[in-house]
Ligand binder design. Structure first.
Ligand code: CTP
Ligand code: CA
Length: 226
């Protein structure tokens, strides 16, 4: 795939992107999920291909189709996503974790449809593994970008996640802000590194956010390589 006039700044890089929300089964006909559309992650995968990278996209269920030139791997649950990511960790140079991973899953998945009985039903949830934190611990050569979706105290929460999860960059977005967040075609984001705020972007398309993020990563990956 070649786009005339595009600077191929990720030529030769292997990029792994996660996108969409995970689905956590309750029984054969019910599940828990979240509002993620997958748009941000799919835009990142598409832009990475334009910049010359070999791109694998690991996605929770999404209405979007795979961007041209991207290897799409569909997953359902956080546990499935974790397995798919870990299997491709060594071969990846740049990992972008845009997925909205469910924090909890039902402690048991009922094999049969749960029948309506008493007036209340308590569902026990257990914490899912934190995939980003895990790859932050395991990482060697990989450049890692995380996301932080917040509704308050964005700078503080984003920096806390960057440090806790050992990311090279984190994309903070205030999902309560107009034009930001899960479902729309635009986003309002801030990029942070270990030293704090790098850039605060005005509202723009998810495609432009993706482009700017990957440019920043490409600059820093080349610096890191010497
Ligand atoms: N993430 C992950 N695995 C999880 C939860 C989150 O890999 N089980 C990743 C997301 O893909 C994202 C980053 O961690 O890149 C931050 O996700 P977010 O939901 O904002 O943070 P949490 O650590 O889950 O904290 P909280 O939801 O309490 O704000
Ligand atoms: Ca979370």
């Amino acid at each position: 795939l070649h786009f005339k006039g595009e600077p191929r700044r990720l030529e030769g890089q292997r990029v792994l992107v996660t996108a969409g929300g995970t689905v956590e089964r309750i029984d054969p006909v019910r599940y828990i999920t979240n509002d993620s559309s997958g748009k941000m992650g799919y835009a990142i995968a598409e832009e990475a291909v334009r910049m010359g990278a070999k791109v694998t996209l690991i996605s929770g269920p999404s209405a979007l189709s795979a961007p041209e030139g991207v290897q799409l791997i569909n997953v359902q649950s956080a546990l499935d996503m974790r397995e798919a990511v870990l299997a491709r960790l060594d071969e990846s140079n740049l990992i972008v974790k845009a997925a909205a991973v469910a924090d909890y899953r039902p402690s048991v998945v009922s094999e049969q449809k749960i029948k309506k009985k008493s007036d209340s039903l308590t569902l026990e949830l257990v914490k899912n593994p934190d995939i980003l934190q895990e790859i932050g611990t395991l990482k060697k050569h990989q450049f890692i970008i995380g996301f932080a979706a917040e509704t308050e105290r964005l700078d503080e929460h984003a920096m806390d996640k960057l440090n806790r999860k050992n990311c090279d960059l984190i994309v903070g977005n205030d999902v309560s802000q107009e034009g930001a967040g899960f479902s729309g075609d635009t986003n309002v984001v801030r990029f942070y590194d270990r030293n704090g705020l790098v850039e605060a972007l005005p509202i723009q398309s998810k495609k432009d956010v993706a482009r700017r993020l990957l440019e920043l990563a490409a600059d820093r990956m080349h610096t890191a390589a010497g």
